[in-house]
Design a protein around this ligand. Structure first.
Ligand code: BG6
Length: 478
């Protein structure tokens, strides 16, 4: 369904995110016919480029990040013709009058802050000062949304002094992933799972986001952030919310975000012995973390595993184990729901006991597997084994659906549609920091040093112990 005509201003138009994600996403949506010629995209940044020079840069990015669509010269020209470059400085008045002259009255106007958080406030102020905000203005801000609770609060307060909450779109790109949205479809679109979705039937839940990449190119940011701030406070927290939340009355922004907020607020503080930090060491495929960031004494974690508790009626007693790390053995984001054993085995102890496991694979090889217990074939009495009931979305949906849209395609179009459901609300972000801060403060107070782990491994051995102590084990990463 085509969206209404809009003007979109991307601050940081020459930056990595704009070139790698935002512009390719807009381009793919253009090729899909979701918006047409009545749209204006203005990329703004500090460097000097003429229109042709900037368009050539973008053409190259599109060829790399949306190659199939960029192979069609008609598509490419059509898109590039909608794109203007504007030289603009957030810290001075240069360029702002020019920008004002390019915007169309009385239509949707979105400002995408694809810049460091330090520029959010100056940009918001300039937009107001130059009268660029209209009734239909939205602003889009990227993570990291703050560094801790205090900075997130300050940022929320600053933005709130220029825009109302329903104009602010805080991105967590995990929410834009097709498979992450599918979590809600699986939970609330099927009668099968929801009645069992509680501590009476679920033994525990594992949320794994494993990456093979290191910190290349982002050393400075990452050294200050670490995995807890970079991944757990936002992406893993969002996954946890979607898995644990109560059914919202409807799929609208406040109903969904109210329920997510309740989950975050119900989280217990994490005990120090329920959390493991790790840092990768070098291997054949590259240098170790400390070498990569050029700090031989770095205590920043590139891996976190922890046990969390959602203390509410539904989940009391069911632990949620979260883990994420860089330079691990495989790229794999998966949620495993491990159900309890049947209360009584009618086949006797020798048959073995098996728990059902529902695995929701978010990436790659998106799909769902349910481990079901059956009889081992043969004559030797009744022995039980697990077999997978396996569905790959690519196979189930057929060839026309092989190319899942990138998260940014969905999110940018939702900004234009004015749908905030897949964006984080200010109170949600603050609640997530309120849970994260004491964990980080504890590490700092204790002078905690992350455990080294081999690049290409499944993470530090202590993460296995975290599970073992509870009589459980991690599901495989591959
Ligand atoms: C980003 C983090 O938000 O998400 C990165 O800053 C991480 O460190 C990335 O690599 C993972 O995203 P994806 O979509 O590749 O799973």
């Amino acid at each position: 369904i085509p969206v209404d005509p809009f003007d979109l201003v991307i601050f940081g138009g020459t930056g990595d995110l704009a070139q790698r994600k935002i512009l390719p996403a807009l381009f793919r949506r253009y090729c899909a016919g979701q918006w047409n010629d009545d749209v204006r995209i203005i990329a703004a940044a500090r460097s000097a480029h003429d229109q042709a020079g900037y368009r050539a840069i973008v053409a190259e990015s599109l060829a790399q990040h949306a190659p199939r669509q960029a192979a069609d010269p008609g598509n490419l020209d059509g898109f590039l013709n909608r794109l203007q470059y504007l030289r603009l400085d957030a810290s001075s008045d240069d360029g702002w009058e020019n920008l004002s002259g390019q915007l169309t009255d009385l239509r949707i106007r979105a400002f995408y802050f694809s810049v460091g958080p330090g520029l959010f406030a100056p940009l918001a102020e300039k937009i107001r000062q130059h009268g660029l905000a209209n009734e239909q203005t939205r602003i889009v801000v990227e993570k990291p949304f703050g560094h801790d609770l205090d900075s997130a609060r300050a940022l929320n307060a600053t933005l709130a002094s220029y825009f109302s909450e329903n104009q602010i779109y805080r991105i967590d790109h995990y929410l834009g992933k097709e498979t992450v949205q599918n979590l809600m479809a699986v939970r609330f679109g099927n009668m099968l799972f929801e009645p069992l979705w509680n501590s009476q039937y679920v033994d525990h839940i594992q949320i794994t986001v494993a990456e093979t990449v290191g910190v290349d190119g982002r050393e400075e940011y990452y050294e200050r952030a670490g995995a807890m701030r970079d991944m757990v406070q936002n992406h893993l927290m969002q996954l946890l919310c979607l898995i644990a939340m109560e059914p919202p009355a409807k799929f609208d922004s406040d109903a969904v975000r109210d329920e997510k907020l309740k989950v975050i607020r119900a989280l217990d503080p994490v005990q120090p012995h329920h959390i493991v930090r790790g840092q990768y060491s070098g291997g054949p495929d590259g240098p170790g973390y400390r070498e990569a960031v050029g700090n031989p004494r770095s205590t920043t974690e590139s891996y976190v595993a922890l046990r969390a508790h959602v203390s509410n009626w539904r989940w009391a007693g069911t632990p949620f184990y979260l883990r994420t790390g860089k330079r691990l053995v495989a790229r794999s984001s998966v949620i495993n729901v491990i159900f309890k054993d049947a209360p009584h085995s009618i086949f006797g102890a020798e048959a073995g006991r098996h728990a059902n496991t529902l695995s929701i694979r978010l990436q790659p090889n998106e799909g769902i597997t349910l481990k079901v217990t059956i009889k081992e074939p043969g004559q030797g009495g009744m022995r039980l084994i697990d077999v997978p009931l396996d569905m790959s979305f690519a196979e189930a949906l057929g060839p026309g659906n092989q190319e899942a849209p990138d998260a940014y395609e969905r999110l940018v179009m939702d900004v234009i549609r004015g749908n905030q459901t897949l964006f984080m609300r200010g109170d949600e972000v603050e609640a997530a920091w309120a849970w994260t801060d004491p964990i980080i403060a504890g590490w700092q107070a204790r002078g905690d040093v992350p455990k080294p782990y081999d690049s290409g491994s499944t993470g530090p051995g202590d993460a296995e112990l975290l599970m073992k102590r509870d009589g459980r084990h991690w599901q495989g990463i591959k």
